[in-house]
Design a binder for this molecule. Structure first.
Ligand code: BES
Ligand code: MN
Ligand code: ZN
Length: 482
């Protein structure tokens, strides 16, 4: 999208369509400038208008206005402003060519945050994966957004556009169906990204991973006819520092459940089981493009979870890269089995000093938090707090779960060191999943696990974002490593 900024007085704007903000219980700043009977009438007959993202079209004598609610003025957040900008764009995507967004006066966000939020909202709302494979796709007509702002937001706009371009790139990779997005096609994409950004890319084949002792990753990858790869990308933006973020993302390009095939009618959605991997990929690309002075290794274990003759079987015991042995009690709990090796790899081979993993790990996190919050699990209260607080600033919601030793007891195995599901019954499903991954951290490195099973994609559209992958976590990670 082409985004322009102008300081034109409101009365002079001759646009096809103007989006105006309305705060709840507040007379709009623009009311007097635009004086028109239809506006007077609307405001008088809708005194409660202004809830976040509610919309109304008003035709004045010479203009079409789209008024969009922003909620309570003193409660305005980065997230509300971002989504507010998205609502108008999403609604007009196939209806208008240009759109003029009039920003409200904002007191609780800096000019940079304002620009960033608005650019993110516009670009996130412009992305629609539903038309890519249709013979007669809907045509996007909207090409230019003019933002009317009294303050200079250009720096934030630029940052927001870089960030949202990588978020949309990541979303597209995740939305691509599993027949077209195998671990091999993902590697092809990552190779291009690595050379465009001068990243160091290391690709371990299944045979190489096996030789290194990554028994967990190999056990899952063996079950598919598609070859799997353990990928890592290194970005060194601060060579003089020994600090290095290890960002690890679950990269199951399709999760059938393995021999315990998923009974769910939603198995099609399991093309999204690689959303953790695309988020860490997006984060490292954005960090590089924003020139952040930080060091990152992104680790992406890429494989399908399938059920060929070599697939892992319940009762199998394997040796993970941490040295711990693990008993497979459920073949559909595969994410933790690849991640336990991936976090060890980040810690041992790349000397990551802080590790964050993102994974569509458990259906149970949806039971607890629906799609509203991402679940947080950690061995380190400071890093955990830092992630949650960073999320608040950029408009991503995180909720922490307890990680007491009692939960670790639940994954003790009769025959091996640990088992990949809690037993005898599967209580505390999301926490025991996290405990299994934590077992891969062998040197007490601060670690946070983010269970994005509820937040990684939408099956129902939002007013500001269509269905499909969300790119959750990228904004938080980029702000965190900044
Ligand atoms: N990828 C799934 C988790 C998932 C389910 C994500 C639904 C998003 C929506 C994961 O590999 C899985 O199958 N987990 C199992 C674990 C169980 C067998 C302990 C689950 O949640 O049912
Ligand atoms: Mn599974
Ligand atoms: Zn899975």
């Amino acid at each position: 999208m082409l985004i322009k900024v102008s300081r034109q007085p409101l009365a002079d704007i001759k646009a096809e369509l103007i989006v105006l903000p309305v705060f709840e219980e507040t007379v709009p700043e623009w009311k007097n400038t635009l004086q028109d009977p239809s506006i007077e009438h609307f405001l008088k007959s809708n005194p409660k208008f202004g809830k976040a993202y509610e919309t109304q079209t008003i035709f004045t004598t010479n203009k079409q206005l789209l008024v969009i609610g922003l909620g309570k003025k003193d409660k305005l957040t980065f997230e509300t402003l971002q989504n507010w900008a998205g609502v108008g764009v999403k609604q007009q995507l196939t209806k208008s060519k240009t759109l003029t967004l009039v920003l409200p006066k904002l007191t609780n966000l800096t000019p940079e945050q304002t620009g960033e939020a608005v650019a993110l909202g516009i670009e996130i709302a412009s992305h629609d994966p539903t038309q890519d494979y249709k013979s007669e796709p809907l045509k996007i007509t909207l090409h230019t957004i003019e933002i009317v702002s009294l303050i200079d937001i250009s720096k934030g706009l630029k940052r927001g556009q870089i960030l949202s371009n990588t978020i949309n790139m990541a979303r597209k990779l995740a939305d691509t169906p599993a027949n077209l997005m195998t671990p091999t096609t993902f590697v092809t994409q990552v190779k291009k990204i690595a050379s465009a950004n001068s990243f160091k890319l290391t690709i371990l084949t299944e045979a190489q991973a096996k030789q290194k002792g990554m028994g967990g990753f190999v056990a899952v990858a063996s079950g598919s006819d598609e070859p799997g790869f353990m990928l890592s990308l290194e970005y060194t933006g601060n060579p003089s520092s020994k600090e290095k973020w290890g960002l690890v993302g679950k990269g199951i390009t399709f999760d059938s459940g393995g021999l315990y095939a998923k009974p769910s009618p939603h198995m099609n959605e399991m093309k999204y089981d690689m959303c953790g991997a695309v988020s860490v990929l997006g984060a490292v690309v954005a960090a590089a493009q924003l020139n952040l002075k930080t060091n990152i290794v992104a680790v992406m274990p890429m494989t399908e979870n399938m059920m060929n003759g070599k697939a892992m079987k319940p009762g199998d015991i394997l040796k993970t890269y941490s040295g711990k042995t693990a008993e497979i009690l459920h073949t559909d709990a595969e994410g933790r089995v690849v991640l336990i090796d991936a976090v060890s790899y980040a810690e041992k081979d790349f000397k990551a000093t802080k590790i964050i993993d993102l994974a569509t790990l458990t259906g149970a996190v949806l039971g607890a938090l629906s799609g509203v919050y991402t679940g947080v699990f950690s061995n380190n209260p400071q890093l955990q707090e830092q992630v949650i607080e960073t999320g608040e600033r950029v408009g991503e919601k995180y909720w922490a779960f307890p990680m007491d030793d009692e939960f670790g007891e639940m994954i003790k195995s009769d025959y091996a060191d640990i088992s990949n599901v809690g037993h005898p019954d599967r209580e505390a499903g999301s926490i025991t999943g996290a405990k299994f991954i934590e077992a891969g951290i062998t040197k007490k490195t601060p670690w946070v696990h983010l269970d994005i099973a509820g937040t990684a994609w939408d099956s129902k559209p939002k007013p500001y974002r269509g269905i499909g992958a969300t790119g959750v976590g990228i904004k938080t990670l980029v702000e965190l490593v900044r």
